[in-house]
Design a binder for this molecule. Structure first.
Ligand SMILES: [Fe+2]
Ligand SMILES: [Fe+2]
Length: 169
């Protein structure tokens, strides 16, 4: 990936990743070895790269923004002191709805397609599929990213660290 493309990615995500709520996600553990911040950034970057690699016709801004907000549930499920720790089963089914509700509050201009992509990213665990190509891409790359998180694969960070180190918290 070219430096200019990584800079474009940063430009697209900057307003969200520098918001107070998103920064807090850097302290929320996710998939054992990562944070919600890194996981969401990773899904957004994988979708962004897919868009260029396969010359997608999808709206790039819509794709990146909904990927970034797909796990915007804003609670710490694991930390017992947070007061929000709900069991894994409830979290699995409920968090896409919590994420979309939080995202609508903080980003009221979220399009219906972006909302659908966030709400449906847990397909097939939540058995209602997304309705757009963006939604399917997020659904797919969320699985890819999650497996990588559990295996602690850090390869995705290389280009971002090289061209855009300020992106990491
Ligand atoms: Fe999720
Ligand atoms: Fe996710």
């Amino acid at each position: 990936m070219l430096e200019i493309q990584v800079e474009e990615f940063y430009f697209m995500v900057q307003d969200i990743i520098e918001s107070d709520e998103f920064i807090k996600m850097a302290n929320t553990k996710h998939h054992i070895k990562t944070s919600v911040y890194d996981h969401c950034l990773k899904v957004a970057f994988l979708c962004y790269k897919h868009h260029y690699r396969f010359q997608c016709k999808t709206d790039l801004y819509e794709l990146v923004r909904s990927a970034l907000l797909h796990d915007y549930f804003l609670y710490d499920r694991i930390n017992k002191e947070s007061g929000d720790n709900i069991n894994r089963f409830k979290h699995l089914f409920r968090h896409p709805y919590t994420a979309v509700n939080n995202a609508i509050i903080d980003y009221p201009d979220l399009t219906p397609a972006e909302q659908n992509a966030i709400k449906r990213h847990m397909f097939p665990i939540v058995p209602i599929p997304p309705v757009t190509k963006c939604g399917w891409l997020i659904c797919y790359y969320d699985k890819v990213a999650s497996i990588g998180d559990y295996l602690h694969i850090q390869k995705w960070k290389k280009e971002l660290v090289e061209y855009c180190p300020q992106i990491f918290r």
